[in-house]
Design a protein around this ligand. Structure first.
Ligand code: SF4
Length: 485
């Protein structure tokens, strides 16, 4: 779960990238970076921490040029180190290249081994660096062909933005696992922007044009914008966890309103698992729309029973174990006026290890709740993600080794229920209706009608174990992690 941003043709490219990254901060808080180009050379700055800390004004002023890419990161492949921060920027025989990547490659280690055998030297353990090396050794001439050539060798998930001295390139893997979309500045129609989520466009006064299609490459240079499909078409498998948890609720991804999807998840959950209660509360923030949907369907009052502090990161994506232990109390506080003496239905989007849910139940009871009924707006999370989400190993996922009643007992709730896999998929597909009309008008004009999403258009491997791209564990994975710690 990283965020990428790109812009071409604006005198304030670095500033707008800074703002774009700020609006994508929810996708990663570990490091941030921007690379710009003035047409002749690249300028780069990266640092650990939040965008606002990495880029003081004087630093942004040094990033010259009218095109830029940016990245916010949390670590999946590779450790939490500055050398793994992105965009990765290099000089090679044909010029300069910077790459910002959201997703994980499933064959990165075997490719890295082959590259090292033929002499490549890697600076980081990030799988993105593999792509950079493959571009550098490609025998193709044009940069877009070199990028396509490199990406034809990799497997897994990638939503990429690349910057050369004179062009911006955006590419999405052929399953479209991670999101990527195209926008245009309202005041400068020839200035294109690319981002992981369209929710960042409002802040920079850009408007959403369309999603980058699975397997599509978009090239922007002084000749304008053009699109190609260098990879064989595959069935779309958009990450459904984006709709459950990761994406911002004001985003529309692949024609699905994240907000509507979450409300539908809550409605479906209430339909599948009703329970008598006095009040429905959310685990904020990502659980709020599903809770509204649950309360609406159940005809029960929605109240704010937990208040979230916005000054700490989300514990689930916080990579340091030490912070996780403090996380819940730092992050959430109970509202006794809402909870005292009540039968409380609490809606959350997922249970990972179970430790957070256990602390929440304890907190609610401590504030006076008479009963606590936990409802989860996704199925039991049993499988790790290999495509860019930092889920724990299978053995750490409580649902991989515990039954429903064991989990209920562990988290000490009165009752616990999860939404079914079918219920989750249907709820997200239903959120397509009515939202993609306006979003895709431009797509229809530019590239033909949008693909229709069906139940088969999503990756749901972390619940079902049905992985769209095979992952073969490589012994180097363990070795690299040891080196990093
Ligand atoms: S395994 Fe889960 S988190 Fe990973 S891409 Fe698939 S649905 Fe998303």
């Amino acid at each position: 779960m990283c965020g990428v941003f790109g812009i071409f043709g604006h005198s304030e490219a670095a500033n707008l990238t800074y703002l774009g990254l700020h609006a994508l901060q929810h996708r990663g808080q570990e490091s941030a970076g921007i690379v710009t180009s003035d047409g002749e050379q690249l300028y780069a700055h990266r640092g650990m921490g939040h965008v606002i800390d990495v880029f003081p004004t004087d630093q942004i002023d040094k990033l010259k040029g009218n095109m830029a890419i940016g990245h916010v990161r949390y670590s999946t492949a590779g450790g939490s180190l500055l050398k793994n921060a992105q965009p990765i920027a290099v000089n090679y025989a044909r010029g300069s290249l910077a790459v910002a990547h959201n997703g994980n490659l499933t064959n990165a280690e075997s490719l890295r081994e082959k590259l090292e055998e033929r002499g490549s030297i890697f600076q980081s353990v990030s799988d993105t660096e593999v792509i950079v090396h493959l571009v550098a050794i490609s025998t193709q001439r044009a940069i877009e062909d070199r990028v396509a050539d490199a990406l034809s060798l990799v497997q897994g998930a990638f939503s990429l933005v690349c910057l050369t001295e004179q062009s911006l390139i955006a590419v999405r893997d052929s399953h479209g696992i991670r999101p990527l979309c195209l926008g245009v500045m309202r005041t400068e129609p020839s200035c294109y922007v690319i981002a992981s989520e369209a929710s960042c466009f409002e802040l920079i006064d850009a408007k959403f044009v369309r999603d980058i299609e699975p397997g599509e490459m978009v090239i922007v240079d002084r000749r304008g914008l053009r699109s190609s499909h260098p990879f064989a078409a595959s069935r779309p498998r958009h990450c459904i966890f984006e709709f459950v948890y990761f994406a911002r609720p004001d985003s529309v991804i692949d024609g699905v309103s994240v907000y509507e999807a979450r409300k539908n998840l809550g409605r479906a959950l209430a339909g599948e698992h009703p329970v008598e209660g006095d009040v429905v509360i959310a685990v904020p923030d990502s659980g709020v729309p599903a809770t509204i949907g649950y309360a609406e369907y159940a005809k029960l009052p929605f109240e704010v029973g937990l208040v979230r502090s916005h000054y700490v990161g989300r514990t689930f994506i916080e990579p340091q174990q030490s912070i996780r232990h403090f996380g819940v109390k730092l992050k959430l506080a109970p509202v006794a006026a809402v909870l005292t003496g009540k039968r409380v239905i609490v809606v959350d989007d997922s249970i990972v290890r179970g430790t957070t849910s256990r602390k929440i139940v304890k907190m609610l009871r401590g504030a006076g709740a008479r009963e606590v009924h936990m409802r989860i707006s996704s199925p039991p999370n049993q499988w790790p993600c290999y495509y860019g989400i930092d889920t724990p190993t299978r053995s750490e996922l409580i649902a991989s080794s515990h039954t429903l009643s064991e989990i209920n007992q562990y988290i000490t709730s009165d009752t616990l229920q999860y939404l079914s896999l079918d219920g989750m998929i249907n709820a997200v597909v239903k959120a397509t209706n009515g939202t993609n009309g306006s979003s895709h008008r431009h797509l229809t004009a530019l590239n033909g009608p949008p693909a229709t999403l069906t139940r088969d258009s999503f990756c749901h491997a972390c619940w079902s174990g049905d992985y769209p791209v095979e992952f073969v564990p490589h012994p180097r994975h363990r070795q690299m992690r040891l080196l990093d710690t």
